[in-house]
Design a protein around this ligand. Sequence first.
Ligand SMILES: CC(C)(COP(=O)(O)OP(=O)(O)OC[C@H]1O[C@@H](n2cnc3c(N)ncnc32)[C@H](O)[C@@H]1OP(=O)(O)O)[C@@H](O)C(=O)NCCC(=O)NCCS
Length: 372
Amino acid sequence: MTEKGLREVVAAATSISDIDGSHGRLWYVGYEIEDLARNATFEETVYLLHHLHLPDRAELDELTDFMVEEREVSRFLRNLMPTLAQQTSPMSMLRTSVSAASAYDPDGWDNSAEANERKALRLISKTPTLLAMYHRMRTGLEVVPPNPKLPHAANFLTMLLGEEPSQEDADVLDTTFTLYADHTMNASTFTARIIASTLADMFSAITGAIACLKGPLHGGANEEAMKMLEEVGTPQRAEAYVADRLARKQKIMGFGHAVYKTMDPRAAVLKRLSREVGERHGDLRWFLISEEIERTVAEQKGLHPNVDFYAASVYHTLGIPTDLMTPIFAIARMTGWTAHVREQYADNRVIRPDSEYVGPRHQRYVPVDERT
Ligand SMILES: CC(C)(COP(=O)(O)OP(=O)(O)OC[C@H]1O[C@@H](n2cnc3c(N)ncnc32)[C@H](O)[C@@H]1OP(=O)(O)O)[C@@H](O)C(=O)NCCC(=O)NCCS
């Protein structure tokens, strides 16, 4: 029997990303994540994960133009949104909207490689619009239409917060999108590949991936990390908080990882961004609490932060509401999910693992009135 949770089982061959968990390294198509985080735009990352090479200028312009054109959402989704904004949580809205969007995709049920590339880019382009629209409606604010002059991340912040961000803030969000864009065979990506392996359509696979990301042990951890920072309140209270939680055998959200046995390299980048964005906004409180929690958890439990821990203080300082942090992870991870779905279609076999039966054997049916 393999270890519980399928640890170290290879479920697919991929050219998209790779992790060295013991040394804390992550590559997209052979590029170190730190290199991409510092130098690549999110649009370049989208191209890289879908084409397995960085774009030249013409390729990047073509992709960017297509993504800009695809930011608007269908009338069907615009009409659905007031109900969703009133009734559902952000992740449920995203899951329902992506499922509903399948009805209005211009490529319909065409499952060709070309149609799936377009569907992928549409999902990457439209989901930020959906999320911003949802937030504006639920808070009674006017919906801000996409601005074709702005890059992906800057446009999203503008639609969400109602004013154009500084170049620095837009760059920080852009970098977090690149950091969240893919992460090998994580639970939601595996879910998407399983669904794709039955040759179900792209929208079905992504709907399943969003459902999987929702859980607090996966994407939900950045929101839980932010709630923890608020509960801790000051760096001085971090040590007692961590000790108390560990004594009660509760997890510290944003720490530990199924694959990394050392610092998650994305967390290292986010830690730098958390300090930078805090200094620029004149509010280092969240960074300082985070740093103290990190020190204490390492001391008391020997665990390191994962991507979700420092993402919380970065997003909070950018003005992003806590319950949108996991959906923001989702709109960035849309890149990796859709790339993996396309990779699965390109070389497919139904994913169907085995199980080890541990229940009783040799039973015989007894009529209901004779059972004791
Ligand atoms: C990510 C996670 C699910 C990985 O789980 P995993 O590979 O199954 O690791 P385990 O749960 O087996 O952890 C091994 C040990 O570390 C402990 N541990 C792991 N993460 C912990 C955390 N965040 N806080 C406290 N203890 C933790 C486990 O309780 C276990 O301790 P034990 O040996 O005393 O029983 C787990 O670390 C976790 O729940 N983290 C918090 C949620 C989170 O941040 N998720 C985002 C992931 S990117």
